[in-house]
Design a protein around this ligand. Structure first.
Ligand code: ATP
Ligand code: MG
Length: 280
């Protein structure tokens, strides 16, 4: 049974996609992982090194009930990681989903069909609070909220918490905030420390003990279609996401027996190469 995280923040450019790609890649070292791209920009798809050209199906096909995840997922640069790819077609999906009676459950139902094939599912969501983000929240066990280390980091957070509260009162009563991640933190400034203190006093233990530093290797890696684990595993950004992924696995194992110590079974075909196992 897969454990599902939705990476959500309606604020743009806070590190949702970078977080989703890199956590998925590190989790895939030891577990079977599906990265779901629900953003029409398709940055998670291309950043993980999945091919976007020539796709016949995409996340839009799954959200509209025209295809299953098993028919739509594609491999990427990382062994053990599948990607549900997004294309610009998703722009029209909001309307199509809202016209369906059970529209908000589409992704949840689709993930349930492949839940035995994965240990973790990570959903990258668009910078909005529309029908696609609601689908991600309804499908998730927990939310991961990346927040950029800057003034106004907490701005808009009340709206996000309000949305999470509404989803909890309605279609997904078990939804919880898993981790708040501080991203793009610049150690050299006092500002980062002040923002971190603010966020910690607001969210308490829900804030990850590891912060993601501002590190140019992360955008570089995405532009080459590689997660940081393959592009520059010794960089500060890589070490941060590796630590966060380990802590997340422990966090879920503490909560549930659902997630095994390591990859369970042989998944959907692609298993880690021997080289990769040695490296992990
Ligand atoms: P959107 O809301 O548009 O989907 P997002 O929240 O998914 O944005 P990202 O695309 O992950 O945010 O990050 C925004 C930009 O910042 C990207 O160019 C990304 O490569 C860069 N970036 C993300 N994290 C870091 C970091 N830790 N250090 C440096 N640059 C980063
Ligand atoms: Mg994004």
């Amino acid at each position: 049974m897969a454990w599902t995280w939705a990476v959500v923040n309606q604020k743009g450019g806070v590190g949702k996609t970078t977080t989703a790609i890199n956590l998925a890649a590190y989790l895939a070292r030891s577990h079977r992982v599906l990265l779901v791209d629900t953003d029409p920009q398709g940055n998670a798809t291309s950043g993980a090194g999945a091919e976007r050209r020539g796709l016949v199906r995409d996340t839009c096909s799954v959200l509209t009930g025209d295809a299953t995840i098993a028919e739509t997922r594609v491999p990427c640069a990382v062994p053990g990681l599948d990607v549900l790819p997004a294309t610009i077609n998703l722009v029209g999906a909001e309307l199509l989903i809202s016209q369906r009676d059970d529209g908000e459950f589409q992704l949840r139902k689709a993930i349930a069909d492949v839940a035995d094939a994965y240990d973790f599912v990570l959903i990258d969501s668009p910078p909005s609070r529309g029908a696609i983000t609601i689908n991600a929240l309804v499908a998730a066990d927990e939310v991961i909220i990346p927040m950029q280390c800057e003034y106004f980091a907490l701005e808009g957070i009340a709206h996000l918490l309000d949305l999470i509260g509404k989803v909890r009162e309605g279609p997904n009563p078990d939804l919880e905030i898993g981790r708040v991640l501080l991203t793009m933190c610049d150690d050299r400034t006092n500002l980062a420390q002040l923002v971190a203190n603010d966020v910690r006093s607001f969210f308490g233990d829900q804030v990850s003990p590891f912060v993601v530093p501002r590190n140019v290797k992360l955008p570089e890696a995405s532009s080459f279609g590689k997660p940081i684990s393959l592009y520059d595993p010794r960089s500060k950004g890589a070490r941060a996401y590796e630590s966060i992924s380990r802590e997340l696995i422990e966090h879920v194992q503490r909560k549930t027996a659902r997630v095994p110590e390591t990859r369970s079974g042989e998944g959907v075909g692609r298993t880690a190469s021997r080289w990769w196992r040695r490296g992990s």
